[in-house]
Design a protein around this ligand. Sequence first.
Ligand SMILES: *Cc1c(COP(=O)(O)O)cnc(C)c1O
Length: 375
Amino acid sequence: MIHFNVPPYLGKEIEYIKQAVENKKICGDGEFTKKCNRWLEEHTGTSKALLTTSCTHATEMAALLSDIKEGDEVIMPSYTFVSTADAFVLRGARVVFVDIRPDTMNIDENLIEDAITEKTKAIVPVHYAGIACEMDKIIEIADRHRLIVIEDAAQGVMSTYHGKPLGTIGDYGCYSFHETKNYSMGEGGALLIKDESKIEDAEILREKGTNRSKFFRGQIDKYTWVNYGSSYLPSDMNAAYLYAQLENAELINNKRLSIWNQYYEGLKELEDSGKIELPAVPDGCVHNAHMFYIKARHLEERTKLIAHLKENGIQAVFHYIPLHTAPAGIKFGRFHGEDVYTTRESERLMRLPLYYGLKKEETEVIIDNVKGFYQ
Ligand SMILES: *Cc1c(COP(=O)(O)O)cnc(C)c1O
């Protein structure tokens, strides 16, 4: 059986977790959390990175820091994970979905401006499969309309757009370290903050509304409750697991890219003969091989292909059901303009196994089975 995903494990994770335990500091913001934050800051150039309990929570923090309120509107694609919308719906905002581009499955930057109203507060681009949205255009629109940009870069760690790391281009960037992502701590994420003046507010929010972070740095001699807040900091044991992977980020990235390229080269002839479509990587985008997907001609064919692979011991899966068609999407949002690609493309897309431990021979078997189906 070739599983769809196996969480990454490089070997040092257990040693680091043991170290965290021996440090007698297993709560948040211990040695490993600090190391992860610093790694993220050094590798992305962001003003501040804060490890969180999930990408969902990082996005919630971004919504709170952006002062999203009841009645505000937030623009995002419908083809995304529920958390992208949840973070804003929790603040009472209305979600405005716009269509995606069929080549990258990312929000169509040319449809955003038409969806802006006087209630619009933020744009939330989602970098699907670790391939960047057209950020130059999105930032230009946001600047002109004074909107906040919150990047859902859950899948985008180690990807860049014209040389800039994803998550550092907008006002806030949200990373995920869930077990299905390139780098993992089981459950976890990070918030990247561009504006230095927001760092203190973010630290307070993450530490139950207290100025405890300042206290730990010795900047004040007792800490107190200064604002509303919650608990968004992960255990240092989880951070220890992640740090072992961040240290080897290049190794993991290269391995994933080699699998991605193997799929691409192996399946190219099926694309050339018009049977399937392969992902596009626009100019200026360097991706992290978060995902390899193919598109069948239609839903029925995709269903048969997934079943065919399953019969041959391969787990392949489809992905998001567009949010605007879900009960909560209908309740909390609206689709602006016409759904030309969101539903149609989502019904054709399927993801093939891609994880750090996947062997070259296994990838070959998967390619052969996809080809076998089309013969
Ligand atoms: C995985 C993912 C999330 C949620 O990440 P968690 O860390 O599980 O909260 C949000 N958005 C996208 C696009 C994702 O892929």
